[in-house]
Design a protein around this ligand. Structure first.
Ligand SMILES: NC(=O)c1ccc[n+]([C@@H]2O[C@H](COP(=O)([O-])OP(=O)(O)OC[C@H]3O[C@@H](n4cnc5c(N)ncnc54)[C@H](OP(=O)(O)O)[C@@H]3O)[C@@H](O)[C@H]2O)c1
Length: 285
C-alpha cells in the first residue's frame, strides 16, 4: 500500500528554499553563502578541501560538499548527492567555483590550457545540466540557475586566454538557456562581476615563467585592479538583488567604470578603439 505524505509535510518541503553554491570557501562564494543563509536558505556549499568550509560548521542549514571541477565524474556525483539531500532539486543553483591561469597562450602547455578550460566550462556545464533536470522534477518546474561568469567576457584579460575562453563559453551557455527556457519557470542569470577584492589572484597559477617586464607589468595591473575593486560582500549583494528580481538575463556588478560605463562605451565604440583602450588600461605595449 502506498504511504501518504501528510499535507503539512508536503507543503513545508515545497516551501523549503535550498541553494547550491560552488566555491563557497572563499571570496564571492563565501559572501553569497552568508547572504543566502541570512535569507533563510538551506545551503550546500563546496570546496575541494572540506576544512576550508569551517565558517559554518555549527550551522545545521549549511551542508559542506567536496567538489573539484577538475574531476568531472566526481563533481557530478557530488552534485547529485547534494541535490537528492535537498529534496530532488535546488531552488537556486549558483555555479561560482573558478580559478585563473596566467601566461602567454603560446608559452602554455596545451594540456594545461585545455584542462583549465574543461574544468571551468565543461564541468560547470555538466552540473548546470543536472540542475535544470532537477528543476523539471518539481512542479511547476521552477528554479534559478546562476553562472558566475565575468566582465572578462566583454573585456578579455591579457595573458588569461583560457579563462577568457571558458567564461565566454559559460556566458554563451547562459544565453542559450535563457532562450531555451523561455515560457518555463526556469530563470537563468549570467552574473558578470568586474574586479572584486578576493583572493582570486593569490590562487592563480602561472602557466609559464613570468620573466619578461611586459608580463610583470600586466600582472601588477591585475593585482592593482583587484585590490581596488569592491568587496565580495558588495558584489554578493548585487547577486542577491538579482535573485529577488527573479528575471533571466545578464547582470553586471563592480565599479561604476567597469560595470556601467565600460560596457556602454564598448557597445558604442568601434572594436579597434575598444581594444586600444583595453591595451592601455592593462599596460600591454
Ligand atoms: N575576483 C574577481 O575579480 C572576479 C571577477 C570576475 C569573476 N570572478 C569569478 O568569481 C568566481 C569566484 O572567484 P573569487 O574571486 O571569489 O575567487 P576565490 O576567492 O579564489 O574563490 C574561488 C572559489 O572557487 C573554488 N575553486 C577553485 N578551484 C576549484 C576547482 N578546481 N574545483 C572546484 N572549486 C574550485 C575555491 O575553492 P577551494 O580552493 O577551497 O577548493 C574557492 O571557493 C570565479 O568563478 C571567478 O572566475 C571573479
Amino acid at each position: 500500500m502506498p504511504s501518504l505524505t501528510p499535507v503539512a509535510e508536503t507543503r513545508s518541503a515545497l516551501e523549503r528554499r535550498t541553494a547550491w553554491v560552488s566555491g563557497a570557501s572563499s571570496g564571492l562564494g563565501h559572501a553569497v553563502v552568508a547572504l543566502l543563509l541570512a535569507e533563510g536558505y538551506d545551503v550546500w556549499g563546496t570546496a575541494r578541501d572540506l576544512g576550508r568550509l569551517s565558517s559554518w560548521s555549527g550551522d545545521p542549514r549549511f551542508h559542506a560538499v567536496a567538489l573539484d571541477l577538475r574531476d568531472p565524474a566526481g563533481a557530478e556525483a557530488a552534485f547529485l548527492a547534494a541535490q537528492r539531500a535537498a529534496g530532488g532539486a535546488f531552488t537556486v543553483c549558483v555555479q561560482n567555483a573558478g580559478f585563473g591561469e596566467f601566461g602567454a597562450f603560446a608559452a602554455a602547455d596545451a594540456g594545461v590550457w585545455e584542462d583549465a578550460v574543461a574544468a571551468l566550462l565543461l564541468s560547470t556545464a555538466r552540473l548546470s545540466r543536472l540542475a535544470v533536470q532537477g528543476f523539471a522534477t518539481r512542479p511547476p518546474g521552477r528554479g534559478t540557475l546562476v553562472h558566475v561568469s565575468s566582465l572578462a567576457v566583454e573585456f578579455p584579460l591579457p595573458l588569461m586566454s583560457g579563462y577568457n575562453v571558458a567564461k565566454a563559453g559559460l556566458s554563451a551557455l547562459s544565453e542559450s538557456l535563457i532562450v531555451e527556457c523561455r515560457g518555463t519557470a526556469v530563470t537563468v542569470i549570467d552574473f558578470r562581476p568586474g574586479d572584486t577584492r578576493t583572493p582570486f589572484n593569490q590562487a592563480m597559477r602561472a602557466t609559464a615563467a613570468l620573466d619578461h617586464a611586459r608580463e610583470q607589468r600586466i600582472w601588477a595591473r591585475l593585482e592593482r585592479n583587484l585590490a581596488e575593486g569592491p568587496s565580495p560582500e558588495t558584489v554578493a549583494h548585487d547577486l542577491i538583488r538579482a535573485l529577488r528580481r527573479g528575471r533571466s538575463g545578464v547582470v553586471r556588478s563592480g565599479s561604476f567604470f567597469q560595470a556601467r560605463l565600460g560596457p556602454l562605451l564598448a557597445r558604442l565604440a568601434p572594436g579597434g578603439l575598444r581594444r586600444w583602450v583595453l591595451a592601455q588600461y592593462f599596460g600591454v605595449h
